[in-house]
Design a protein around this ligand. Structure first.
Ligand code: HEM
Length: 255
């Protein structure tokens, strides 16, 4: 991360150094690209799914909705690549893209203890001398948000990608497992029912994640008057003095 970028930036939020101290690069470009690319693909997948699922209501002829179904599969392949790319970053990316920054546990405390602590911290934050709520001390992923990001990246997105691949192979004989299309009718029917139910449940779980994700971000912005939304665009976060100290420890950079 460029050293020049780590210097204090004079703007309204930083004018009170007791509250916000420095604006520092946190999200690497690959992570931001992944984030918005992933949102774009998910929106396309939802749109194509709704089109072929409601083909009767929309009066779409068979060749049209079958084409939309196949387009959904091709976008699904791109989604599989993105999921793999995010897992790659979790092992080999910069410090704030890695597993360590997605794990909510710290100081020997388990998941439940941290969750209780974080909910209290976000609902009833401590206030500073000026009566303003003190933002969380983590420079990277918000610690409460990690309870959503970790299962999303470890379980939900990979399961959705896998069930999509299996569904395409079973129904259309697509790669990577085209032979699944030639299973006996009974086995094929059962497998399709199981896989399509998993895929549909994953779809609703992702919508649930999105609602909690956006709700959490809005609540955070309203409570702490931070710059969380734009941080995923330009990559920098405005940090408290304590978060900036953590940043130095995590990155090994001197601010
Ligand atoms: C309009 C929609 C969205 C907006 C405005 C948005 C915004 C953001 C912001 C500001 C952060 C940083 C939060 C933090 O500091 O902890 C973030 C993180 C994240 N978001 Fe979103 N997001 C959106 C949609 C999505 C979708 C659809 C997904 C996946 C299904 C997603 C997955 C994630 C993940 C996994 C992170 C953590 C960063 C990482 O490790 O990859 N977001 N998002």
């Amino acid at each position: 991360m460029a050293k020049a970028e780590t210097k204090m930036i004079k703007n309204a939020r930083l004018s009170d150094p007791d509250r916000y101290y420095a604006q520092l690069p946190v999200w690497e470009a690959r992570l931001r690209l992944w984030h918005w690319g992933n949102l774009f693909l998910i929106l396309l997948l939802v749109l194509t799914y709704l089109l072929f699922d409601w083909h009767k209501e929309l009066g779409l002829p068979k060749p049209t909705y079958v084409l939309v179904e196949k387009i959904h599969v091709y976008i699904g392949y791109a989604f599989v690549l993105l999921v793999l790319a995010r897992l790659h970053l979790a092992f080999h990316g910069q410090p704030f893209s890695r597993w360590k920054d997605l794990d909510p546990r710290h100081d020997g405390k388990g998941f439940l203890a941290v969750m209780k602590e974080e909910i209290a911290l976000h609902l009833r934050p401590k206030t500073d001398a000026g009566g303003l709520p003190i933002p969380d001390p983590d420079p990277g992923h918000n610690r409460l948000g990690r309870f959503l990001y970790l299962p999303l990246l470890v379980l939900l997105l990979p399961l959705q990608a896998l069930s999509g691949i299996l569904w395409a192979s079973l129904k259309w004989g697509f790669y990577p497992l085209p032979f699944l299309h030639t299973l006996s009718p009974d086995t094929g029917k059962l497998a399709k029912a199981v896989i399509s139910n998993i895929h549909a449940a994953g779809f609703y779980a992702i919508l649930g994640f999105l609602a909690l994700h956006l709700g959490g971000l809005v609540k955070y912005e309203l409570t702490f008057a931070s710059d969380l939304f734009s941080s995923m665009i330009h990559g920098k976060k405005i940090l408290t003095r304590q978060a900036a100290r953590e940043y130095e420890e995590i990155t090994g950079e001197k601010i």
